[in-house]
Design a protein around this ligand. Sequence first.
Ligand code: GLU
Length: 275
Amino acid sequence: MSIVTTRFAPSPTGLLHLGHAASACFAAEQANGGRFLLRIEDIDQGRCRDEFVEAIFDDLAWLGLSWEAGVRRQSLHFDEYAQALDKLTALGLLYPCFCTRADIKEMAGAPHGPDGPIYPGLCRHLSEEEREARRASGRPFALRLKMDEAIRIAGPLRWEDLSAGVQEARPDVFGDVVLARKDTPASYHLAVTCDDAKQGVTLVTRGVDLFPASHLHRLLQALLGLPVPRWHHHPLLAGPDGKRLAKRDGAPSIRSLREKGLSPEEVRASALFPG
Ligand code: GLU
């Protein structure tokens, strides 16, 4: 058996809460004596803060977790994401999209995918002159994937989740997904796929809320010629109201539980998934 490499990959946009503690402990456990990596997902420079990066290190160490030296910070690797985008451009699979959030909101009738409305392809059909004119006028743009073409090139794909079993990849549910945002030259999907490959992750562990994303990541791996890991999506912790714990609903931070005097063992015990 080859050794497992797993990771926990939080975004430093706030303090970690119990759901993160559960996810981090799950990932460390799944490493099962193999490699456990920590990655800081900070491509969204407008929302990420250094103080939260420090708090992540501190809270995870307090919980008793240890990870391999050399924590990867996504914001230091935009050049690698740009190379991946260049590859996809060379395959003729990307196009610039100048639509604003408001434009996309107006397409209210559009069916929804895991990341929101499925893009109806307006900018995909712009003429080359119109594209150039918009670029020249300095209008910001995102880069979208021509999903149907991408699927055609990659052919049918499968991936395996350790709980849910083998899956037929269905990246089509995302439609023409954004791979480079207007405000940052990558997207979550692109960065995570590149990073997991670069870091030699063999088992991607994360919450089941990101299960649909794995369909798309599998497609990106095929297009970019990256190794294919296995996945293990864990359940999500619910609060007393039965709803999923979330920062915006005031889920208690690990920090606040520490300050209340709880021990790491007590916090870990309340961060267990049901069942
Ligand atoms: N950064 C993501 C989050 O905080 C997790 C991404 C992943 O594990 O793939 O939700």
